[in-house]
Design a protein around this ligand. Sequence first.
Ligand code: PHE
Length: 335
Amino acid sequence: KNHIADVERFVSDNMEEIEQFRIKYLGKKGILNEFFAAFKDVPNETKKEYGQVINQLKTKAQEKVTLLKEAWENAQEENGIYGDLSRPGEPVTLGSRHPISIVKNRIIEVFSNIGFNVSEGPEIEDDWHNFSALNLPEYHPARDMQDTFFIQKNPEDILLRTHTSSVQVRYMDEHKPPIRTISPGRVFRNEAISARSHCIFHQVEGLYIDKNVSFADLKQTLLYFTKEMFGKSKIRLRPSYFPFTEPSAEIDIYWGLETETDYRITKGTGWLEIGGCGMVDPNVLKNCNIDPEEYSGFAFGMGIERIAMLLYQIGDIRMFYENDVRFLEQFKSIV
Ligand code: PHE
């Protein structure tokens, strides 16, 4: 018990003294081992108390040694002398870009190389910019093509944009041709969520307006894009309908069926629709105060998730929004 009092009283900021204290109590030939060795000779009726006391002494001695050593090390660090230089450094975990951002940045890079700039607009839109200006007057049946989330119905429709074509309307309001711009952004559609589609996704739309722009320019631009983006440029333009373009086409890329994921994403055909395109309808140009007699142009819109799924072999679109770090960590690019 006297020893316990001694241990409690002991203080030192000198490493050698601390070490001597440790050896004295906890060393091989130290006091504690002596006590433990003597245990068998202790009379039975005091064995219990004796055991408790030496265990207490042991714990106190160990705690004291740890405490003093730590204090000593901290003091060293404060003085700029590090106790143990081989200790591992503080871990710094590096975040990574989201795959959608990586692909979006790459798309911007590819188009900027041929003179397109980037334009942005609001996610909450009015009816004019999302529909009417794009040649979709009220009660036009084609409005049902895009299942819209409405925020307000009266006195005018306010909604979550269903495509970034709305940005193009805003851009034409403010800029005169020649126009070469792409508008990447988040869009919203009231659709059932599945492995292939989501109610929130990302689009990049392109707009090119100048004198004498033809469908051949559109096709060449898309061929250039797919070659740069995927390293292959086998595409198919399927005749289609959009109110804001005429003629219109759906853009399919031939990806092939090399992996099981290719098979799943392309539904076993090797082809995947990545967007729509066409020659800007004269009515849209008129709505934006551009003379269709003087100017013509093309527009296209593509889904960024679709492109990312092909490039990164992601079989389920929902993974982009779950924010599971085990998924996100796999994309190490920070550019
Ligand atoms: N805005 C259309 C969509 O979201 C895509 C598109 C853009 C089609 C431009 C033609 C021209 O589906």
